[in-house]
Design a protein around this ligand. Structure first.
Ligand code: FAD
Length: 285
């Protein structure tokens, strides 16, 4: 927990890492984790490859976080690519490794999967996965949420209806999709309050430290980009060091505003960069 310097309240502080593509790079992620561990985050989450690729690495890295770094690990898991049998195997493996927190997701269709295979998946939605994890027992379950609605959802109300369904199944933590416009987040939080959704809400903050980051992860997320941020990207197009600094400062301003508005949790999409995570952490204390 970090202390909110504006309100005095305790705030959950967490971050996300992803497994490296190459097996040989696993030691690099361990070094990154050793550097993040010093911040004593409440948890570190580990992504899960689309359709279950890399699932072993997710478990291995989660185990390192839990058992070597002594920080709570939150293992991501997707419905896409999962069968009832493979889910039981994965849960048993995580339990054996003492990794007892899961972010249950639907996932997206991987490039290697046909439309037909995607349509025939055993678990349709994150809620189907959550139901079965609950039945297996012993895990604290988190789910994803979208301040600007999920891209496939026809409207915010429909998306919120399904989010409520996930929460009613026993989700304790909600991690938001990245967002850059806090006003959109505050409206979303109000709607959750009105609907009686009381899960702990962790705001997903993506520091944009490279000009090309917007073109990849951000465009997929459907998150809107305020003019202030797009102006920074235009300004530092030819200046990587300047972009890194400006991106960190933008993220810090965003987090400070969230803290002033009494946020309950901050989740940094660290993109495996311990230095960036460290700088944000120190600046917001
Ligand atoms: P769901 O909650 O199942 O929702 C998906 C869509 O279906 C939404 O439009 C929703 O409104 C709708 N819906 C939900 N339930 C129903 C229902 N019963 N009937 C009809 N419609 C329904 N992807 C990965 O592959 N690996 C990761 O590690 C990963 N980590 C992520 C972490 C975070 C914090 C976030 C926000 C996303 C992450 N993703 C990851 C991406 C995620 O898998 C996609 O956004 C995916 O498209 C939706 O996943 P979900 O769990 O939100 O799906």
């Amino acid at each position: 927990m970090i202390r909110n310097k504006f309100t005095g309240d305790e705030v959950v502080f967490s971050c996300e890492v992803f497994p490296p593509k190459r097996d040989d790079d696993i030691y690099e992620i361990f070094q990154t984790l050793d550097a993040i561990e010093d911040l004593k985050p409440d948890y570190i989450s580990v992504t899960y490859g689309a359709g279950g690729s890399n699932s072993k690495k997710t478990a291995k890295i989660s185990s390192y976080i839990q058992n070597v770094c002594d920080v709570e690990a939150l293992a991501h898991m997707t419905a896409v690519g999962m069968t009832h049998d493979s889910l039981k195997e994965r849960l048993a493996e995580l339990r054996k490794k003492a990794v007892l927190r899961i972010l249950a997701l639907r996932g997206d269709k991987p490039r290697t999967m046909t439309d037909e295979e995607f349509e025939q998946r055993e678990f349709r939605y994150a809620s189907d996965l959550i139901r079965e994890i609950r039945e297996f027992g012993g895990f604290r379950i988190a789910a994803a949420c979208y301040p600007e609605k999920h891209p496939e959802s026809p409207d915010v109300e429909t998306d919120l209806k399904f989010l409520k369904e996930k929460c009613d199944l026993g989700v304790e933590d909600l991690i938001t999709q990245m967002f850059f416009d806090n006003e959109k987040f505050y409206r979303f939080r109000e709607r959750l309050d009105q609907m009686g959704i009381s899960a702990s809400l962790h705001a997903g903050i993506m520091p944009i430290t490279k000009v090309n980051q917007l073109g990849t992860s951000v465009s997929l997320s459907g998150s809107s980009v305020p003019t202030e941020l797009s102006n920074l990207i235009a300004k530092y197009a030819e200046d990587p060091a300047g972009m890194r600094q400006a991106g960190i400062e933008f993220a810090v301003r965003q987090v400070e505003d969230l803290l002033k508005h009494g946020i309950s949790g901050i989740h940094i999409y660290s993109m495996n960069k311990a230095d960036v995570t460290n700088e944000i952490y120190k600046a917001i204390l």
